[in-house]
Design a protein around this ligand. Structure first.
Ligand SMILES: Nc1ncnc2c1ncn2[C@@H]1O[C@H](COP(=O)(O)OP(=O)(O)OP(=O)(O)O)[C@@H](O)[C@H]1O
Ligand SMILES: Cc1cn([C@H]2C[C@H](O)[C@@H](COP(=O)(O)O)O2)c(=O)[nH]c1=O
Length: 213
């Protein structure tokens, strides 16, 4: 059996996560075949997708911020047990669009619940399972939000509509986490042209694939 590998992608709104992931997954698929498992949070399985529908309606649904934090953690638990753990146990390469750092940044930082509190509730959900590599696409909030509103074909959801101050706190928390856990979280400057962002991200993935082979 080959060695398992867990990679997560993180970033504030409009960093280009979806765009970059789609390009790199299309490149990796022919090489890795069914060894590659791609997934996302919140979601990745029916129960967590049902929780996603509560978390991401287009308009404000009155969700209280601790309830929100607990729902993200609950969706994560189910995702971990149903998708991530079995895939890693089978020696697969798992790429998840968001994981626990999203909760630390959005609920801990953006919602002011505190990174430590959010870390504690998520420990119950993840049992210490952290990615081997987290790729953080960094973009200033103004630019990210402008990209989302100007270009995005998808729906603008509840969190996209939060204030600039909220998104700035999310970004600052990501930056703090990145500097604190720089062995695991690698930063990519997502203000660069898309080709360069893809190139830098590809290098990080190739490096960890090589290290783990
Ligand atoms: N490096 C880039 N330069 C210019 N535009 C970009 C770049 N990366 C992505 N974009 C554009 O920004 C918009 C948002 O990108 P995308 O949906 O991939 O962001 P995202 O980080 O996945 O956002 P969210 O997580 O909120 O869905 C898209 O229209 C995309 O084409
Ligand atoms: C996992 C997770 C996500 N969020 C927020 C961050 C984004 O606004 C959405 C996910 O949208 P995407 O377009 O699919 O990236 O959910 C969060 O606040 N906390 C979390 O733990």
């Amino acid at each position: 059996m080959s060695k398992p590998l867990f990679i997560s992608f993180e970033g504030p709104e409009g960093a280009g996560k979806t765009t970059v992931l789609n390009i790199l997954i299309a490149e990796l698929q022919p090489k890795l075949g069914d060894k590659l498992v791609t997934t996302r949070e919140p979601g990745g399985n029916p129960i967590s997708e049902a929780i996603r529908a509560i978390l991401q309606p287009e308009d404000d649904n009155g969700l209280e911020k601790r309830t929100e934090a607990l729902l993200y953690a609950a969706a994560r638990r189910q995702h971990l047990v149903e998708i991530i753990q079995p895939a890693l146990a089978a020696g697969k390469v798992v790429i998840s669009d968001r994981y626990v750092d999203s909760s630390l940044a959005y609920q801990g930082g953006g919602r002011d619940l505190g990174v430590e509190k959010i870390w504690q509730i998520n420990q119950f959900a993840i049992d210490g399972l952290l990615p081997d590599l987290t790729i953080y696409l960094d973009v200033p909030s103004e630019l990210g939000l402008a990209r989302v509103t100007a270009n995005r074909k998808g729906k603008i959801d509840r969190l996209d509509k939060e204030s600039l101050a909220f998104h700035q706190k999310v970004r600052q928390t990501y930056l703090k986490l990145q500097s604190e856990f720089s062995d695991r979280i690698k930063i990519v400057d997502a203000t660069q042209p898309l080709d360069k962002v893809v190139h830098d991200t590809r290098e990080l993935i190739n490096q960890v694939l090589e290290d783990k082979s």
